[in-house]
Design a binder for this molecule. Sequence first.
Ligand SMILES: O=c1ccn([C@@H]2O[C@H](COP(=O)(O)O)[C@@H](O)[C@H]2O)c(=O)[nH]1
Length: 282
Amino acid sequence: MSTFGIRLAAATAERGPFCVGIDPHASLLEAWGLSDDVAGLESFALGVVEAVAPHCSVVKPQSAFYERFGSRGVAVLERVISESRAAGALVLLDIKRGDIGSTSQAYADAYLDPASPLASDAVTVSPYLGFGSLLPFVETATRFDAGLFVLAATSNKEGPEFQQAVTTDEFGGRGVAATVLEHLRALNGEAVPLGSFGAVVGATLEDDRGLDFAFNGPVLAPGFGEQGGTVQDVRRIFGTAASRVLPSSSRGVLRLGPDPVAMRDAVLRTNDELRALTGPGS
Ligand SMILES: O=c1ccn([C@@H]2O[C@H](COP(=O)(O)O)[C@@H](O)[C@H]2O)c(=O)[nH]1
C-alpha cells in the first residue's frame, strides 16, 4: 500500500478536499425521525455513508457518538469504517487520543493496525502529554501506511488558553501550536507529494495566529459550516497552504438528511467551491 499522504493527495485530486463528519448527535437522530438507540444510530450512520462516501475523499466519524451506545455502538462504527472504505473514501477516525507511550501504543494498535476491526486510514491525536508521547502512534502509522492529525489550534474558543502558551527556551520558546507544527515538519521531511502527518487547525480562527503552515503535511480544518467557518475563511487563514487543507463539516451536511440527494449535492457543491478557491488561476 502507498503512504497515507500519497493516498490522500490522490483522493483529494479526484474528489476534492471536503471532509464529511459522521456524527450521530441525539438531536439529529430525532430530526431524522429515528429513535435514539442502536437501531437509530445504525440507520443514520449507514444512511450517511451511502449518501456521501462514494463522493467525498475523506469521512470523519466522531467516535464519541458511537461509544455512547457501548459495544453495539462500536460495532456500528466498525461498519461505518469498512463501508466507507469500500465506497472509496478514506476514513479519518476522530478519537483525539493520547497517553503515556505504552498506552498510546495500545491505542495505535486499536485504530491503525489493519488487523483491528477499527483500523482506519488516519486518526486524530492529542499532544497534551508531550509530542514525544505520540511516538508509538507515529511508528505504528509509519509501519501501516496510516496518517495522524495532531491537535494544534482547535476550532473551539477555549483553545487559545493552552495552545498559545509559550514554551521555555529549552523547548524552543514558541507557542504550543507552533511547536506542534514544527514537530510535524520534521516528521514529514521532503515526502512527495505530501507527508502523512497532519495538523488540526480550526476553520474558525480569527487569523493565522502567526503559524507557519509550511510543514509539508495535510491540515484538518473542522469548524467549517455549523461553527461558522467558510470557504473564504480557508483562504484567509491558510493562504498558500489552502491546497493542503481538508475543511470538515458534520452537522452542516447531516442536517440536510435524511434526503441522500441533498447530502450528496452539498458534498459536490462544496468541493466545487473549494476547488475554485485553490485550483489553477485562483
Ligand atoms: O478543533 C476541532 C477538532 C475536532 N472537532 C470535531 O469536528 C466535528 C465538528 O462538527 P460540526 O458539526 O461540523 O461542528 C466534531 O466531531 C468535533 O468533535 C472540532 O469541532 N474542532
